[in-house]
Design a protein around this ligand. Sequence first.
Ligand code: GFB
Length: 311
Amino acid sequence: MDARSKIYVAGHKGMVGSAVCRALDAAGFKNVVVRSHSQLDLLDACAVGAFYEEEKPDVAVIAAARVGGIGANSAANALFLYENEMIALNTVWGAYKAGVKRLLFLGSTCIYPRLAPQPIPESALLTSELEKTNEGYALAKISGLKLCEFLRRESGVLYHSLMPTNLYGPGDNYDIVHGHVLPTLIRKFETAGDAVTLWGTGSALREFLHVDDLASACLFALSLDNPPDVMNVGSGEEVSIRELAEAVKNATGSGARIVWDATKPDGTPRKLCDTSLIRSLGWKPSIPLAEGLRRTVAAYRREVADGVARL
Ligand code: GFB
């Protein structure tokens, strides 16, 4: 990939896709192709095929997905499986049929077994049962990364994948019911009265990565001549949901009391990914959680003030 490469970013309006576009722009890649949802429905295989034939990008980055937190996933595994499977198959297969030589597919560390060894190495894939709350999403992402792997092996195209840990950052979805835990907590503390009610017991452990760090990992992966099929991307910083809640409370300056609703699920008990592979090749994260939280609270306040926050 060089500065003249034509790069298609699928999902450019989402938190991840927009971070990838910012990083590409900052790195001098000016020939970036995007399509909004109304211009191109990624669930429509024919439309996606026609788009690739028309644009013939040199590189595709697949950051489009239906995403959500534990509430959204566990209530709609069928929808998360169907839409993410279609998006993955259409964007990867369509690229292949149109002769796109290089593609980066983005998944999630929820593809790994619920009780995978910690930190989770890439080799843990498909070694035991998935976490039930996000089984649909995980199965779709596994299909996508496997399609890339098979096409690379059988047809010689350079298709490879990154599996990021839980992400956060500007442009996140702050929906109380459907959002991921970190943006949801920001909104809950920003709008709290005397108390905020959080889900589960607070004992689950999670690792959080700022989306700008993921975008830098994407550019890094695309710079490799012979990247591994699948690489984890994480911060290496693991916190309990209870610790995260205290950190968000401090970052927002809220004085609210925390109440835990243990009728809500904790989800997978622990999900720290092993990032030794990508680190050994030369990438590392640069935004610690405390700094990322400060930036994200500021971004949330700006987005609310500008009327553009996804609430
Ligand atoms: O980000 P999250 O919703 O999803 O985090 P997962 C869930 C954890 O945060 C659970 C706790 O332990 C919840 O009990 N939690 C506490 C809350 N309060 C809240 C709250 O107000 N809202 C939310 N959402 N959680 C998702 C997967 O898993 O992670 C996706 O469902 C994807 O497929 C994503 O992989 C990265 O980390 O459990």
